[in-house]
Design a protein around this ligand. Structure first.
Ligand code: GUN
Ligand code: ZN
Length: 471
């Protein structure tokens, strides 16, 4: 089962997390008590030091012994605990191509860069090398949960699940289903094979993590153009039978949308293609949705599906700018996706930053109040990268914030205090320079706009330490 034993621990100091889309709470002198199952059992305020933290042990029925001391991990000056990021859309198999996309757009990008790379992962040593690195890399950026696309290969998809479980990264694992409009060297032979192979990965994941504490399967029709109607029907039935989540792409690129209209003439819209095949429901994660119509938005809201906003990829492949504010106004659940390697960066922090920039680029096309309204705030963008993402991947109440009953999926973030001389003092503490006059709201904004993995000092999933920055 899922890796190493977890001991009881106390996290002490400064914490920041979202209470809602608009409200980011920052607490100092707080203490979070995490039990050996990785669950938060208490959150206390006004806890100035270790002795004060220990005074809560009797109330929790916690006893310390010399053999079993309870670890107390305290944030230092200019450090804070933040919920682990949730990447609601990432192609693990495409990681070697991160940054390689030239001037391509979606459909030629798939044929030129993506399908050849993905097919090369049917070699297990290649898949091992790629998957081990993408897991380590995303953990180092604070991603504690990832909704992964693998490839069509069953053994390689199973390997991705094995490696996530061993590394302790929470993951949804999807074998790509595609039986149409893909090269002969890289596609499922037909709908029956595609469904049988998907069942095989579902069975494997159930065998290695029966309660899906860390890894869970996700049904993954790649996108409508690469799935026959029979395949979509079969996957809709499989969803109904298993209750598993679904992930796919929607309305990313205008030529893709035209193709869907040609391939599915009986459907009124792209969203309706998924809906009419039983694939649009509260457990569906729709990536991109850049060009969805008002009617599609209404349908997505009605079905309770979530959207993964992928601003880095949408800009890199020049797909378009998604009007995230309208989705939020509708009350649609929205999270962030890196969409590696349509997106060039495996960092959700980069997606947070680019979501902020995308909303400002859209605002520039508006005037007055509407321009203001379109802009996302730092608090809102951080919500999308944590709690918003948790809702999209069906983990609301479990991860994404620091509340009693949730699991300890967290990152310790640290920034550089600028010394009196001002210059570098040798250590590579990252690019966020703190002069000392900043409010904590200022500090978070500086982290969002200038931070990177050098600021991610430690990462935990379900109470287990899964990454520590080497200094
Ligand atoms: N649509 C179908 N497949 C893909 C993919 O791999 N990446 C992106 N961004 N869009 C897709
Ligand atoms: Zn994608």
């Amino acid at each position: 089962m899922s890796g190493k034993a977890v001991e009881k621990a106390v996290y002490l100091g400064t914490f920041a997390h979202s209470k809602s889309l608009k409200e980011l709470e920052i607490a100092h002198d707080a203490a979070i008590f995490v039990d050996e199952s990785g669950k938060i059992v208490a959150v206390e305020r006004g806890v100035a030091d270790e002795a004060a933290a220990k005074s809560f042990f009797p109330k929790l029925n916690w006893t310390e012994s010399q053999e079993k001391p309870i670890q107390i991990i305290k944030s230092k000056e200019e450090q804070f605990f933040f919920p682990g990021f949730i990447d609601t859309h990432i192609h693990a198999s495409q990681y070697p191509n991160a940054g390689i996309f030239g001037k391509s757009t979606l459909l030629d990008w798939l044929n030129t860069y993506t399908f050849p790379l993905e097919s090369s992962l049917s070699s297990l040593p290649t898949a091992h090398r790629v998957y081990a690195r993408v897991i380590a890399r995303t953990l180092s950026h604070g991603t504690t949960t990832a909704a992964y696309y693998a490839t069509i290969s069953v053994p390689a998809t199973n390997l991705l699940a094995d490696l996530c479980l061993a590394a302790g990264q929470r993951a949804l694992i999807g074998r790509c289903c595609m039986d149409s409009l893909a090269p002969d060297y890289y596609r499922d032979a037909g709908p029956e094979e595609s469904i049988a192979h998907t069942r095989a990965t579902i069975a494997h994941i159930a065998s290695i993590d029966p309660t899906h504490a860390i890894v869970k399967p996700i049904i993954t029709p790649r996108f409508a153009p690469s799935c026959s109607s029979q395949l979509l029907t079969g996957l809709g039935k499989l969803q109904k039978e298993t209750g598993l989540p679904v992930q796919t792409h929607i309305s990313e690129n205008k030529r893709e949308i035209d193709l869907v209209a040609e391939l599915f003439p009986q459907s009124k819209s792209y969203a309706e293609v998924y809906d009419s095949h039983g694939l649009l429901g509260p457990k569906t994660v729709l990536a991109h949705a850049v060009h969805i119509t008002d009617e599609e938005r209404a349908l997505i809201k009605e079905r309770g599906a979530g959207i993964s906003h992928c601003p880095v990829s949408n800009a890199a492949l020049s797909s378009g700018m998604a009007a995230v504010r309208t989705w939020l106004d509708d009350g649609i659940n929205v999270g962030l996706g890196t969409d590696v390697s349509g997106g060039y960066s495996p960092s959700v922090l980069e997606a947070v930053r680019q979501a902020l920039m995308c909303s400002r680029n859209l605002a520039m096309g508006e005037g007055g109040e509407e321009a203001e309204r379109r802009k996302l705030s730092v608090e809102e963008a951080l919500y999308l990268g944590t709690l918003g993402g948790a809702k999209v991947v069906g983990m609301e109440g479990r991860v994404g914030a620091f509340e009693v009953g949730m699991e300890w999926d967290a990152q310790l973030v640290g920034m550089e205090e600028v010394g009196l001389e001002g210059g570098f003092e040798g250590a590579d503490g990252g690019a966020v320079d703190i002069f000392g006059w900043e409010s904590w709201e200022n500090k978070l904004a500086k982290w969002v706009f200038n931070g990177d993995d050098r600021n991610t000092l430690a990462v935990w999933v379900r109470g287990r330490l899964v990454h520590e920055r080497r200094s």
